[in-house]
Design a protein around this ligand. Sequence first.
Ligand code: C2E
Ligand code: MG
Ligand code: MG
Length: 575
Amino acid sequence: MSRDWGLPATDDLAAMAAPVRVLLVDHDSHGATLLAEMLRTAWIEGLVIAHAEHVKDAARELLDHGASCVLLSIEVTGDLQPLAYIQGCAPEVPIIVVAHRADDALALRAVRSGAQDYLVKNEVHPIRLYHAISYAIERNRSAVRLARQALRDPLTGLPDRALFLDRLAVALDRSQRTGAALAVLFLDVDNFKEINDSLGHAAGDLLLGGLAQRLSAMLRPMDTVARFGGDEFTLLFEDLASEQEALLIAERISRTVGLPIRLEDDETSITVSIGIAIARGPEIAAEHVIRDADTAMYRAKALGRSRYELFDESLRRRGMERIELETALRNAIEGSELRVHYQPKVSLNGPWHLVGFEALVRWEHPERGLLAPSEFMALAEETGLVVPIGEFVLEQALQQLERWRAIKPEVTISVNLSARQLQDTGFAPALASAVEASGSDPRALCLEITESALAPSSDVALQVLHRLKAVGITLAIDDYGTGCSSLSSLKRLPVDAIKIHESFLGDLGTGSEQASLVRAIVELAHALGLGTVAEGVETDAQVEQLRRLGCDGAQGFLFGRPAPAPEAEAMLRWS
Ligand code: C2E
Ligand code: MG
Ligand code: MG
């Protein structure tokens, strides 16, 4: 693998062969001429001299043509401002200060501020000048090389995030002058976690190394590929002729990385999702270009992975809306805009009667009114905000449970759990102590987990469920029938009941397909010793049929809509 791809090693070779370009910065054209003559005497060949009277001209010269070294004459006053200015324009170019007089304190200040050397005009001669410049260039070159090595990812040898950001910022500056667009590609390996888990971390590392090598091999010397983090790579292409060119590059990358990769004894192949952002000029910050490419990459993932997407205005707008919603949701959590509503749950054993409530979260948005979970829970799940929301709902539900059990001791409360909460091994012990502190019977608390949250069948989720069960908490599978509904997982999970999704209800007429499905689910659940609750019950006819099919409980608008705690309490008192 060419570990030194795009590295100073090759730059060094080129630099050695290239002429030395010295930029003289001096107000005094007579002084500059003298220095130029000395330089010509010292260098027999391979020297280019440029002259700038003012630092501003020097900056332009550096941006347009660069320099191997700057000889900066400073004023008698010893003002070092110009030194800082030039360093800001070309941080990697060595600067030698040329002063009118010997002054140890000033020389020290100049060197401390980053000058490579301090020469006194009357004391310089060609040989002294030659040494000063050659040493300054060499010293500077090794310092830059060391600094760059520090900015490399040790696994792949590629530039890391910091170096990529730096190169992108420079490229954005350059694109303003040239007028050409640049593209950033954000690449993420699809399902890398699963590859890592199934083949092992060593194989995962090999795979990333191989991928880095492939990407490097595809680039022109002036392009950059960096390991941005984990299984994420970023690529920078300058001087794009058109947007189409960026798409072609993405296409080529997708095809090349998809070829089989050898991993010691195994062979595997991967796919990647790529987001593309095109930018021109420095009015957009490097971080924002990367953020846009990342947003486009997420879109590629959402559209099914193994593809590329270009960032455009609609994505920008959606991104903004998401950021706004996320900020508002954060504030809502802190500013107590969240509410919990309670929907009655009834038993169908005998005449239907209230047995408990399901706690359902709402957001009382200051402008948009009361929002249902469908408006914000997907975002909450993605951003992790679902964790504090879940804590809030559980806390409220436990308080109500304690209060309501004083009115009716058998009442239960169900709370919905998110996939994220199930991934936290600390969740079960924390909840166990909260339940104990509330003084409630743990069996009166039921946690609902949707089938889809269990789909990845993660060991952690299973562990958390077993711990919750061990504390005595009741568990139910929510929305049964909408996920993969596997029989083996039903047997494996320590649950007490399943909630049949409303999509099974329909008219439930005798002999209908829906009736047969509900019957099958109820029989299966009973055979496994689990209870059943039908969701979304709206008509008396449905209740009749459910009863006939053996369903144990029901929930739906027919018995009551989700309502604030005082209304739910009134229902409880009259039940
Ligand atoms: P779910 O847990 O399956 O909750 C039942 C949903 O069905 C509720 O929607 C409820 O209002 C609605 N529903 C109840 N009866 C009927 C009916 O007769 N007809 C119809 N058409 N709909 C009915 P809601 O409140 O909008 O909640 C939607 C989902 O959001 C919940 O589905 C649950 O998965 C999730 N959710 C709600 N609160 C929380 C929470 O605190 N944490 C988590 N993680 N998820 C929550
Ligand atoms: Mg539920
Ligand atoms: Mg449900």
